[in-house]
Ligand binder design. Structure first.
Ligand SMILES: Nc1ncnc2c1ncn2[C@@H]1O[C@H](COP(=O)(O)OP(=O)(O)O)[C@@H](O)[C@H]1O
Ligand SMILES: [Mg+2]
Length: 179
């Protein structure tokens, strides 16, 4: 492995170790969890505003806008697509989601947990054939599947994990080295 690749792998593993770590607020890390209900009517806006409030005075620049957009897409997906696992759904009940923020000097992790064990459909690589990109873009980008594609472009990584008791969390990571 060349040095550059080795450094990249070491960085990714370091990020992964921090993401896995249990919340332990120290001088260098802060955590926030926000519970929302999909039926509340303004879940995406509350999540976006929470990003701004959480990062205010700590992180500035494009990453704040990118993180606001990403959390909006992930929360909107719970509102639009999540169907709670049968043992957790109640007739007329509200669908719960938990938005988790983990902030370290080098990374911001955002996770959105819902009650639906169905995985999100994450785009694999480039969905667009390069020859078709250009004036035709609007016509060839599929109507659905844009949100996670945009999130992948904004964030350093997007992935999901299954929750032990059912449901899942869709995660994204922003690298803050430039801040
Ligand atoms: N939280 C979720 N729960 C269940 N399915 C999801 C969730 N998020 C995404 N999906 C699935 O992944 C697909 C792609 O999501 P996305 O890229 O945001 O596109 P869109 O929301 O426009 O359909 C969705 O159409 C849906 O089938
Ligand atoms: Mg979407």
């Amino acid at each position: 492995m060349d040095t550059e690749k080795a450094a990249y792998v070491a960085e990714e593993l370091d990020a992964y170790a921090h993401w896995l770590a249990a919340p332990n607020p120290s001088a260098n890390a802060s955590f926030l969890a926000l519970t929302l209900f999909a039926e509340c009517g303004n879940a995406a806006r509350i999540a976006r505003d929470t990003v701004s409030a959480f990062l205010r005075g700590v992180i500035t620049g494009d990453v704040v806008y990118d993180a606001r957009l990403a959390v909006s897409e992930l929360v909107a997906n719970v509102v639009n697509h999540s169907v709670p696992d049968s043992h957790r759904s109640r007739p007329g009940g509200s669908r719960r989601m938990d938005v988790t923020f983990k902030l370290f000097p080098k990374w911001l992790f955002i996770g959105v947990t819902d009650e639906d064990s169905t995985p999100p459909l994450l785009p694999m690589g480039d969905a667009l054939c390069p020859e078709l990109v250009g004036e035709l873009t609007e016509a060839v980008v599929p109507d659905s599947g844009r949100g996670l594609m945009i999130t992948q472009r904004m964030a350093a990584a997007v992935w999901w994990t299954a929750e032990e008791s059912g449901g899942k969390t869709v995660w994204c990571r922003f690298d803050l080295d430039d801040n």
